[in-house]
Design a protein. Sequence first.
Length: 259
Amino acid sequence: MGLLEQCEAAFGSPDLYRVLGVRREASPEEIRRGYHRASLRVHPDRAEPDAKEEATRRFQILGKAYAVLSDAEQRAVYDEQGRVDEEGEALRGERDWQEYWRLLFKKITVKDIEDFEKSYKDSEEELADIKAAYVDFEGDMDRIMESVLCVDYTDEPRIRKIIEKAIDSGEVPSYKGFVKESKQKMIARKRRAEKEAREAEKTKDELGLGGEDDLKALIQSRNKDRKKEMDDFLAQLEAKYGNNAKKGGKKAAAKKGKK
């Protein structure tokens, strides 16, 4: 079975961009962050014992998808012809995909998390991310709230005001899905968030704190109502403080592309 068939079987789509959750026009850095977000969700180290085999299979498929899209020549072939070179260097069978992942993403510290939270909220960067998410998802508040970093359902009124101001000023278009969102959809979103908060609290109690390296447990403990955003948060932090920091360039925050 080729890579595209594997993607469809494991993720419901043969589209490599969709599998990584990025736009077809995504920059190399956006593709890298998309891969990180997607792979965090299925990383074998986070899977239950009875789900580890399936998680490993999906993790390997994500690694292959990223290997193709992160290679300029392979990506060009895929974009133009809709196929991948199964025999090429990017998809060589003997690659250790977990080691490949570790080389790409450096571990971060608790201080990095705290520093990022303090500097990000109400920043120009957050403002740009909110407007970008609004446009990317055509005003769908469910997806906007899932995409923007460091927010929970209590931030929704603030996020809405930012978007409304951007619409009034002409910075972003007015989408019907946003301006005419039903009260039922808003209530359903709040209920989901509250349920996730309860589940996160239970998970925190079960996990406890395993030291600084156990970032998942730490973030669940400190942000019990932010379980849904955790993987995106980690991806953004590692993009900011990991390998890319060595290049000295300030990177835009993670955004999900349309699906």
